[in-house]
Design a protein around this ligand. Structure first.
Ligand SMILES: O=P(O)(O)O[C@@H]1[C@@H](OP(=O)(O)O)[C@H](OP(=O)(O)O)[C@H](O)[C@H](OP(=O)(O)O)[C@H]1OP(=O)(O)O
Ligand SMILES: Nc1ncnc2c1ncn2[C@@H]1O[C@H](COP(=O)(O)OP(=O)(O)O)[C@@H](O)[C@H]1O
Ligand SMILES: [Mg+2]
Ligand SMILES: [Mg+2]
Length: 356
């Protein structure tokens, strides 16, 4: 009898950095899994997965490996993708293609733009991709896209690198030279320095409030570009001077609309095909419109009550859904291992869910 034969049938193979698992106190999740009949096994990314499984579920935060994109990282991701293709019954949380979309800020904003959220005053601020260092061309591009001063410049890659949280606020045409391509330029939305973080775990979500950037105005147009690392502004313990409102503005308070938050989660989950993600929302002063400014794969979940309970809930419900949908589509003659059929089946499933 080999080591693998002794295992219960339901193994969750997981991977995340040691730093992330320590922060989440991941050992505790192993205990929760056992109570629900699952065994939690860390994937050895340097070895074939065939010898480590069989896995019922693969749960991961591979953002830093996908973003690394070097030869070794590509080999690791290839190995995982091959395993998933060869074992179509394995549930992956979350699909690598969906995570790739979120690693690209430009693609992510385009997804939001194409949802129905606009109908309920939820929007993504006007944005454009900046790929060149030609200042004249970039000024033209910004104008054509309708991006207004001040705007914020964000690196293309959204997660998993050391530079991906280095941003700048640009106030005038002179500052356009400070754009560091490839990046996304996005109109700045004044929001009284309050950020709402929506943490999503499957069908559960939680909102936490965080500090954010203070209001900036176009009339400050002689200002130099401000550069900052977002992690020094919007963490729960951040106290950046960039978050300090002018005294005259302190009394204003935007109000977040719980119905809008609910719609954001319901809508984005299916458009993104993600279960573990976070959405950063700011509420525009005066209009109260809700702006989605960032979406993160597998965020920190700091302040999420009973995270492990909700995570195992999510694993179980996603497994039940995937078993049902595979059985349904196999009965209908779909080849569920074919990704184009999978897309069709997902679209069909979404439309069925709308009526349930
Ligand atoms: O650990 P935290 O709490 O700072 O979590 C980070 C997230 O912060 P948040 O929970 O949204 O405040 C953070 O979200 P933001 O982009 O800062 O909004 C990222 O998701 C970050 O992932 P990565 O390291 O860039 O791949 C997350 O980092 P990881 O810990 O997942 O690496
Ligand atoms: N369009 C925007 N308008 C106003 N503030 C913004 C905008 N986009 C980002 N910010 C501010 O910059 C911070 C970092 O931006 P975000 O897109 O969330 O990047 P990151 O992935 O590094 O968290 C946010 O927490 C918020 O304070
Ligand atoms: Mg953010
Ligand atoms: Mg982010």
């Amino acid at each position: 009898m080999t080591e693998n034969d002794k295992r219960p049938s339901m193994v969750i193979g997981y991977w995340m950095s040691d730093r992330k698992s320590q922060k989440l106190n991941w050992i505790e999740f192993g205990k929760v899994c056992r109570q629900h009949g699952y065994e939690l096994v860390k994937l050895d990314l340097d070895k074939p997965l065939e010898n480590q499984g069989p896995f019922a579920v693969i749960l991961h935060k591979l953002t830093e490996i996908i973003a690394r994109n070097d030869e070794k990282a590509i080999q690791i991701i290839d190995r995982i993708e091959r395993y998933i293709k060869d074992h179509p019954k394995v549930l992956i949380i979350d699909p690598l293609d969906s995570v790739r979309t979120l690693l690209d800020r430009y693609k992510t904003y385009n997804v939001v733009l194409n949802t129905t959220l606009n109908n309920i005053d939820v929007f993504t601020p006007t944005f454009v991709e900046i790929l060149s260092t030609n200042v004249k061309d970039n000024i033209k591009k910004l104008k054509n896209a309708g991006v207004t001063f001040p705007f914020i410049c964000k690196p293309f890659v959204a997660q998993g690198t050391t530079y991906c949280h280095q941003m700048s606020v640009i106030f005038n045409e002179r500052g356009v030279a400070d754009c560091k391509p490839p990046c996304v330029a996005q109109s700045f939305i004044n929001h009284n320095a309050i950020l709402y973080k929506l943490y999503v775990v499957g069908d559960h979500y939680q909102m936490v409030e965080r500090p954010s950037l203070k209001n900036f105005y176009a009339s400050n147009d002689d200002r130099d570009t401000i550069t900052f690392d977002s992690h020094s502004v919007s963490k729960s313990d951040s106290s950046s001077e960039l978050s300090v409102l002018d005294p005259s503005e302190r009394a204003k308070r935007s109000s977040i609309d719980p119905i809008k938050l609910h719609s954001i989660v319901k809508t984005l989950g299916s458009y993104l095909n993600m279960s573990l993600y976070g959405v950063d929302v700011v509420v525009e002063n005066d209009t109260n419109r809700h702006a989605i400014i960032d979406i993160n794969a597998y965020p920190g979940y700091d302040g999420f009550p009973d995270f492990f309970g909700k995570l195992i809930d999510c694993v179980k419900s996603r497994r039940a859904q995937s078993v049902c949908s595979k059985a349904y589509f196999e009965d209908s003659g779909f080849d569920t291992s074919d990704s184009s059929d999978e897309k069709k089946s997902r679209a069909k499933l979404n439309s069925i869910n709308q009526y349930n």
